[in-house]
Design a protein around this ligand. Structure first.
Ligand SMILES: [Zn+2]
Ligand SMILES: [Zn+2]
Length: 213
């Protein structure tokens, strides 16, 4: 869980930070009932020299990212938090499974995902003085809250959104629903007559008119 530390004493502090972050995690879950993905208290890391980093395993059950993204099972992964000049750079990866709806047959199906992410978080208050810090110019950065808590939830959610398939289908050759009776054609054909191709019938009509004149 540590790297590039100047000496052993900081280890103890960092272990304490981890306990603290777990405590905060639990408290937040109770507070809002929403599945917080990963919340870290980074006060000690922000006080440590630039270049210091911490590593954590991610294992979160019952995560709700938003109403349209249903996560099935746990989110597992790993993250590294680096203290940089700008704030905290997080990089890591997570594995998760989403429940998506097939655009052809409208059935729900499981879509496993692997995400690599790298996001900058900036402090909103100075960690030693508590004075508010002007917002960061950079657009692609996330705020660390006034209690020095870094929450990966939104960063992960945005990374999932950009990695979602353009067309979500349950299987490559999903047959979809019959446009007439609505039967799921994956479970066999229906009794409907195939629809006449209107483009073809127009052509046919023209040809017929042509031969009549
Ligand atoms: Zn389908
Ligand atoms: Zn049909």
């Amino acid at each position: 869980m540590l790297s590039r530390l100047p000496h052993g004493n900081i280890c103890a502090i960092l272990i304490k930070v981890e306990c603290l972050s777990r405590l905060n995690l639990r408290r937040n879950r109770l507070n809002n009932g929403r599945g917080i993905l990963v919340l870290y208290n980074v006060a000690q890391l922000l006080k440590a020299p630039v270049g210091t980093s911490l590593e954590y395993d991610i294992h979160e059950e019952d995560v709700q990212l938003d109403e349209d993204l249903k996560v099935i099972g746990p989110i597992e992964g790993h993250v590294r938090l680096h203290h940089t000049n700008q704030g905290i750079l997080t990089d890591g990866q997570v594995e998760l499974t989403l429940e998506l709806t097939c655009m052809r047959c409208l059935k729900e199906f499981e879509h496993p995902m692997h995400l690599d992410f790298s996001e900058v978080f900036y402090p909103t208050v100075d960690v030693t003085s508590g004075v508010p810090v002007p917002p960061m110019e950079e657009e692609v950065a996330f705020p660390i809250d006034e209690r020095h808590q870094l929450d990966l939830t939104e960063a992960i959610r945005q990374n999932i959104l950009v990695s979602l398939p353009m067309v979500s289908i349950c299987q490559e050759d999903c047959a979809g629903l019959c446009p007439q009776c609505g039967k799921d054609l994956n479970s066999g054909p229906c009794a409907c007559e195939p629809e006449a191709d209107t483009r073809f019938s127009v052509l046919e009509q023209l040809l017929r008119n042509g031969s009549e004149s």
